[in-house]
Design a protein around this ligand. Structure first.
Ligand code: NAD
Length: 516
């Protein structure tokens, strides 16, 4: 019976060790590189082969026997190990297996002159001789692309996706966190017709892959593209998308596939909510912010000149498919902005997650998929749990607006230009925590500085650019949470716990002053 580990085979230069390390990170399993073990025990591989290849292969076989002990781990095998029928059969019985492949010219560019690889001189012949062996695995994966995409593809092909349920009675759905790209989308959506709605930045990067997958699963597909950017999340763009949906004769059997960040999710979601009183919606988030927050929970909206998200509807998706491999093209600043919402989620819902963010801050800042994956899964589970208890924000769900009272004020005052959404939220978290300590709502006086340090390590700003305070206050007053001169605002009570409190509108200047 195969364990929950993975053994990777493939030729020299296919990236078995690099990909293997990423897989081990994602799965939180130990990593073993068989060549590294044999070098440690018996000296350089080149010297071992020079001294006699049969003896070296015998050592490889002995090591395989050691590694087939039922323990789960990720094993990157030496190039020739997979060609040995006995070793391969053992590994196939003990592990889920993947072989990485790439055209010889790609391998040549990676391996160069083949220093330290005595068999590289015969690469062409060896590849031909081993062709049958390299076709014998649970998954054969093209390794010509970036290691994180290759690792994602291996995980997806071997069935290592994570699924988080959102329990909402007859509106329940799944959030599928796919470590790869969009290959699995079509099968998950399983529709005969679908309309992909995306923006002008995401379209050239990922729309073809999404559509190929949908078509591969038998769907007829159309595409609607609108210009990227928060300033286009408005009624005029909504109108255009609605017109196109109607021209394409979308009906209740045609899911709208919202492919992109939070702007696409909110706008395409609102179009889906309103056309024909509700088309099915599939959220396919391609930013970190959209994966951890906006794609889950059914809030859809566009901005109005009077404020952000003022025109919208609750419209739950029938599926969220989060292709984590698409984060590979996301600009660094956008990814770090998403970490602002991650910190928010930890602060309001999980003290242990906050500890983990501190421990892994450097890897998260650098976008290491192995560090991101468990964090994204945890954030989705926290949000799903809150939404399941209070779908329409009659109470508890309002805690998800932590950091947003000040954050939205800042964004509006800056005309949605100087700061990204997650950056504004991050600044809002610190200001609101300081205010909560000062006003006696938060019992942990060290919390604001702790947040500030974490956000700085994650690459988020610690102070806003110059902004007109009057405009920020005006936007905060007009915030949809304002009721009868009072504001309902979530504040941190301690790490991992938030509560909604009533705030006098007259306290807003103090709150804003906490931005420092
Ligand atoms: N509905 C909710 O519950 C909810 C929650 C939080 C935020 N939001 C909304 O989400 C929006 C912010 O979302 P966002 O930060 O994802 O912004 P966004 O959608 O504008 O995406 C940021 C930028 O990255 C680009 N992009 C997206 N995916 C990419 C990829 N894989 N590679 C390269 N570029 C890519 C986009 O085209 C855009 O230019 C705001 O409008 C906010 O109000 C909604």
């Amino acid at each position: 019976m195969a364990s929950d580990g993975i053994a990777i085979g493939g030729f020299m230069g296919t990236g078995k060790s690099t990909v293997g390390r990423r897989l081990a990170d994602w799965l939180q399993l130990p990593f073993v590189d068989t060549d590294a073990v044999l070098e440690e025990r018996h000296g350089p591989i080149a010297a071992q082969i020079a001294a006699g290849e049969p003896a070296f292969r015998e050592r490889e076989r002995a090591l395989v026997a050691e590694l087939c002990d039922g323990e789960a781990r990720v094993v990157a095998t030496g190039g020739g190990m997979w060609a040995d029928p006995g070793s391969r059969a053992r590994l196939r019985a003990a592990y889920r297996t993947a072989v990485l492949t790439a055209p010889l010219e790609v391998l040549r560019a990676r391996v160069g002159a083949g220093e330290g690889r005595p068999l590289w001189a015969q690469a062409g012949r060896l590849l031909a001789d081993r062709a049958a062996a390299y076709a014998d695995a649970d998954a054969i994966v093209d390794a010509s692309t970036a290691p994180e995409l290759v690792a994602g593809e291996v995980l997806a092909r071997l069935g290592f996706r994570r699924t988080v349920p959102v329990a909402l009675g007859d509106r329940s759905y799944r959030v599928i966190l796919d470590p790869g790209g969009l290959d699995g989308l079509g099968e998950a959506v399983a529709a005969r017709r679908a309309i992909v709605v995306t923006d002008s930045t995401v379209a050239p990067l990922w729309a073809d892959a999404a559509e190929a997958s949908l078509r591969g699963a038998g769907a007829e597909v159309a595409r609607i593209v609108f210009p990227a950017g928060e300033i286009h999340k408005d009624l005029a763009t909504w109108q255009r998308v609605v017109d196109e949906l109607l021209e394409l004769r979308a009906d209740r059997g045609t899911p709208v596939i919202a492919l992109g960040g939070g702007v696409v999710g909110d706008l395409a979601g609102f179009a889906a909510a309103t056309v024909m009183r509700g088309l099915p919606l599939v959220q396919v988030p391609t930013t970190l912010l959209a994966m951890v927050d906006s794609s889950v929970g059914g809030k859809t909206a566009v901005n109005h000149r009077r404020g952000k998200n003022l025109v919208g509807a609750f419209h739950q998706p029938s599926l969220v498919f989060a292709p984590m491999g698409t984060l590979s093209t996301l600009p660094d600043r956008e990814r770090r902005s998403g970490l602002g919402e991650v910190v928010k989620t930890a602060l309001l819902g999980d003290a242990e997650l906050l500890d983990r963010l501190e421990a892994d801050a450097d890897r998260l800042r650098d976008g290491d998929p192995g560090a991101l994956a468990p964090v994204v899964a945890r954030c989705v589970a926290i949000k799903a749990g809150i939404v399941a208890q209070d779908e329409r924000e009659n109470g508890l769900r309002a805690v998800l607006n932590l950091g947003h009272t000040v954050g939205h004020g800042l964004e509006a005052a800056l005309g949605y230009e100087g700061l990204l959404h997650g950056e504004a939220v991050a600044l809002g978290l610190v200001a609101e925590a300081r205010w909560a300590v000062r006003s006696g709502h938060c019992a942990d006086p060290a919390l604001p500085d702790r947040l500030l340090r974490l956000l700085a390590r994650l690459g988020l700003p610690s102070a806003p650019p110059a902004f007109p305070a009057g405009a920020a206050l005006e936007a905060m007053r007009l915030d949809k949470k304002a009721a009868g001169g009072n504001l309902s605002m979530p504040v941190p009570v301690r790490a991992g716990v938030a509560a909604v409190v009533r705030v006098q509108a007259s306290a807003l200047p103090e709150l804003l002053a906490e931005l420092g």
